[in-house]
Design a protein around this ligand. Sequence first.
Ligand code: FAD
Length: 512
Amino acid sequence: MELFWHRRDLRVADNVGLAAAAGAGGEDASGDADRGPAAPVFVFDPGVLDHASDVRIRRLLDGLAALRDDYRERGSDLLVARGDPETVLPELAAALDAERVVWNRDYSGLARERDAGVRRALDAVDVEREAHHDAVLHDPDAIRTNAGDPYSVYSYYWKKWTDRAKDDPAPTPGGEGLADADRLAEAADAITESDGTDATLADGGVDEGPVAAAGDLPTPADLGFAEPDADVGPAGTAAARERLDEFLDEAVFAYEAERDYPAEEATSRLSAFFKYGEIGVREAYAATEEAMVEAESDLRPEDAPEQVEEFQQQLAWREFYTQVLFHNPEVVAANYKEYEEGIDWRDDGEEIAAWKRGETGYPIVDAGMRQLREEAYMHNRVRMIVASFLTKDLLADWRHGYDHFRGHLADHDTANDNGGWQWAASTGTDAQPYFRIFNPMTQGERYDPDAEYITEYVPELRGVDADLIHEWHELSPTQRANAAPEYPSPIVDHSERREAALAMYKRARGED
Ligand code: FAD
């Protein structure tokens, strides 16, 4: 028996570690052809829950429910435990007589610390352990400059990334490679009894020690969270595949041309699926290669290959930021690029609060912030606009924005979120130069010309002419009151703040 520990890889298909644990696909890297069956487990770790949010807990539980159903269809089940993995995993290994615990690597700093502790705990009880490379196509250590350093410029990274051969999807384990549901239920009972309690997960808080159950999922309240107001969208591998198929059927062939227009359904909306690992990146990439074959055929316009490649570039951005975080775990809280004098952020609490509420009086910014609240998601172009507005119009530290996104995005991913924020604040790798300051009105006009996206999320502006919406900052108070009495006036003057931002960055650079 092997124990497979799910973390950010809530899928059965194209899961490298699970395939190895279940002996799927014949001989694996360890040279062991006859492995398995694998007993899958997810552990609610208080150390991870400390950093979670209502939205992400809802999304996680939905993903786990879908994963459990995928196992049940195969005659197996998902063990669910709570407690510190250093304690829970050795106990579960003993209850199942498992020789080995297998997982996929997580490259972020906190996860690496946790995994080091688990390795020590398993070594202490002589249980083997094995970690696999799965989350990205190319290991964060695999792509380096000719001098051997990690890349900090995306375009060079992309060149190597795209030239490298990619692994095929990992084989999907069949029922025979997975532990039988009854055996898992017995093990869960054994560990619950040895724990001196007959509680199931649904009965208690998260700090009560190792408790396991087969297939019983807690509610958010059991874990100390509330149901979010936002609709977090569908979860699980089947939903991810459906979305990927639909996207690659048509939208991908116009991706580069349309991706910046938030009113269009022009992007894949796969980010939360990638975040929870509900679709494997090898499987997704292989599907884009099939789309590329179609793009290169006569069936599609001449520029179709560039459109598909632009989408592959986004998968590479995800891997680029994964390697930035891997090599620089401190960027979670610190600027990647330090300015000589440090940045003296203005940090006005009321302005930051208006930004969070989506009440800045800049329509595209407010639409984005409200989309975030309603859907736990925001379109990429709008993420860039609201991030630029917070840092360069409100002159607020990017960490306020990062924390807010972390609390509200279902797809929050430390590497991508941090990368996006530091890019916007001109403190990151390959960041927007400090003097590039988005004009929120021009951005709205260019990317949402008919104000369709804006009026979807800002009902106060429905029925107002798009031209007026895009000139909102230039209207007189009377004109605004006549057009949309409920919608706020701009809380800052963009031109003034632009000058103030330039001065702030120049001071930070020691040029003042
Ligand atoms: P698509 O355009 O369909 O792209 C496909 C996939 O590529 C995405 O699902 C994602 O996995 C990856 N991807 C796309 N753009 C980027 C990018 N710029 N950086 C890294 N990976 C990318 N993305 C997250 O996954 N989680 C975050 O927490 C996150 N926070 C962000 C914060 C800011 C301030 C900014 C500017 C961007 C952030 N992004 C984040 C990147 C990007 O906005 C989202 O990945 C994208 O909007 C998700 O929508 P999609 O799945 O339709 O993307």
